[in-house]
Design a binder for this molecule. Structure first.
Ligand code: NAD
Length: 493
């Protein structure tokens, strides 16, 4: 009798195409089984309390930073990014774990609310309860930093976690599970499952209590629909088309340096990477010539050999090239590089200017080292065009005096003024988007609250001689309620 082999898939080094590892494609039954074990572990993990969970998570963060070379090498092999970028990713992720561990107790402690005069005899409290098992589905572009922003916050809040990494970076996901288990007090608190899209679907339908998804908007819609079938709430961290607004009083040298890094680092594969610049026309020429000069100094190549690496996902190369071609066909001008800059597996820097707003290159996420610079007459126009997008993830504003005023008018989840990416490295602030960029938040207090539900508990402290909540209610009780409502209008509430 032929032995049926377990289905599996390979992960590849995107630079050499060499096979790095082989991982099982986990079936629906296997995923259900993992989630059932995570559910059994939940009561015990939650029962440990904040103090003990903090100890475990801090031990995990120490272990990760102590093995930074090992995990940075693996990230670099699976994604093709430079080792230095991988090290930065690990350091920022470790910070997130430690912050979640240290702040969970104070943020999630029971809060006392004012009961209001009508209910003055009651005490009113709100408890934050962990939800149970949290499913996390991750992308490949920041294979450690991104999922850790959900995993560590969910764990700190008292949940157990089942994580499905991208099929391009399964090794990082398995490494995270293995290292966690070195410090875990018992099994099944945090488990990694491997597989393709179908394994992700199985996770959505496995009885998890919430799903935290990071990936493309297209997949997010599928995942949200699957979860809706079984009433599983979702956090969706999706793509972006982040604008950079440059005012006439901006420090142009700094703005160019940061914008080019934001657009090109990690081969442009950053959800919060700059994709379009709206610049005051009075300073546009200087910005463009400095950007072209800088583009001439950076190049894509293998780790150790270049400023950034390959397109991790080969199919993205076609999208990037089609956006460059469309931008030019629609009337834009290439001032550095062009369609010929796409040479698998790398894409060399591309700068386009004056691209019409209705071009697909302005509308859709390119996810490559391509930046489009469009001139505007006023900052109001820059704000209007920035907001006229299906996406609303992050934005950067460059201005010495008007930064805050501009930032407050942007329809997006995060804005960096005279900086870029900084909000992603500050654990105390929430990260996430609006519109097609998703919903819900990771990081910060909001990121901890996301993996809990509010349980309101009110308690009678003494009995009033009034009968509001009873069939014994009398006409004078009615009159008193109306009178108090008229006078108080929510005051003392
Ligand atoms: P993707 O949508 O292709 O895949 C994401 C994950 O979903 C993978 O693990 C994949 O296996 C899984 N998946 C695919 N189909 C599924 C299905 N039908 N059901 C369940 N799971 C399924 O995204 P990607 O290419 O890995 O990542 C790049 C995208 O992620 C970009 O759009 C980028 O902007 C976005 N991103 C967003 C953030 C953020 O925080 N907003 C962070 C990083 C990346």
């Amino acid at each position: 009798m032929a032995i049926k082999r377990r289905p599996s898939f390979n992960s590849h080094n995107p630079v050499s195409d060499e096979v790095i590892g082989t991982y099982p494609i986990m079936s629906k039954n296997e995923v259900d089984d993992v989630v059932a074990h995570a559910r059994l572990a939940f009561a015990q993990w939650n029962g440990l309390g904040f103090g003990e969970r903090k100890r475990v998570l801090l031990a995990w963060s120490s272990l990760i930073i102590n093995r930074i070379e090992q995990i940075a090498q693996l990230i670099s092999r699976e994604t093709g990014k430079p080792l230095s970028d991988a090290r930065l990713e690990v350091s920022i992720a470790v910070n997130q774990i430690s912050w979640a561990a240290r702040h969970a107790e104070s943020i999630l402690r029971t809060s006392f609310r004012r009961p209001g005069l009508l209910m003055a005899n009651m005490s009113a409290t709100v408890e934050r309860s962990p939800m149970g098992v949290i499913g996390v589905i991750g992308p490949w572009n920041y294979p450690l930093y991104t999922p850790v922003g959900s995993i560590s916050y969910a764990l700190a809040a008292g949940n157990t976690v089942v994580f499905k990494p991208s099929e391009y970076t399964p090794g990082v996901g398995v490494w995270l599970e293995d290292t966690f288990n070195e410090v875990a007090p018992f099994a099944d608190i945090f488990t990694t499952i491997t597989g393709l899209a179908q394994t992700g679907t199985s996770l959505c339908l496995s009885g998890i209590n919430k799903l935290s998804f990071t990936g493309s908007t297209r997949t997010a819609k599928l995942v949200a629909a699957q979860c809706a079938e079984v009433m599983v709430p979702v956090v969706l961290e999706c793509g972006g088309k982040d604008p950079v607004i440059v005012a006439s009083d901006a420090d142009i040298r700094r703005a160019v340096d940061a914008t080019m890094w934001s657009a090109m680092a990690n081969a442009g594969q950053s959800c919060i990477g700059a994709e379009r610049v709206y610049i005051d026309e009075s300073v546009a020429d200087e910005f463009i010539s400095r950007a072209v000069e800088l583009a001439g100094e950076i190049h894509a190549g293998a780790p150790g050999d270049a400023n950034y690496g390959p397109a991790t996902m080969p199919s993205q190369l076609k999208v990037i090239q089609s956006h460059i071609k469309a931008a030019i066909a629609d009337g834009g001008t290439s001032v550095f590089g062009g369609p010929q800059s796409v040479k698998a597996p790398f894409v060399q820097p591309v700068i386009l200017i004056d691209v019409p707003e209705d071009s697909i290159a302005m509308q859709s996420e390119t996810f490559g080292p391509v930046i489009i610079i469009n001139r505007v007459a006023t900052m109001s126009e820059a704000i209007r065009l920035s907001n006229a997008s299906a996406y609303g993830l992050g934005a950067n504003v460059w201005s010495k005096r008007k930064g805050k005023k501009i930032a407050s008018q942007l329809h997006c989840g995060m804005v960096a003024i005279n900086s870029t990416f900084a909000f992603a490295a500050i654990p105390s602030v929430p990260f996430g988007g609006v519109k097609d960029s998703g919903s819900g938040r990771v990081h910060g207090p909001e990121g901890l609250l996301e993996y809990t539900f509010a349980r309101t508990v009110v308690r009678s402290r003494f009995y009033l001689p009034l009968h509001f909540l009873s069939f014994k209610r009398r006409p004078q009780d009615d009159r008193l309620v109306i009178k108090l409502t008229r006078i108080l209008k929510g005051r003392l509430g």
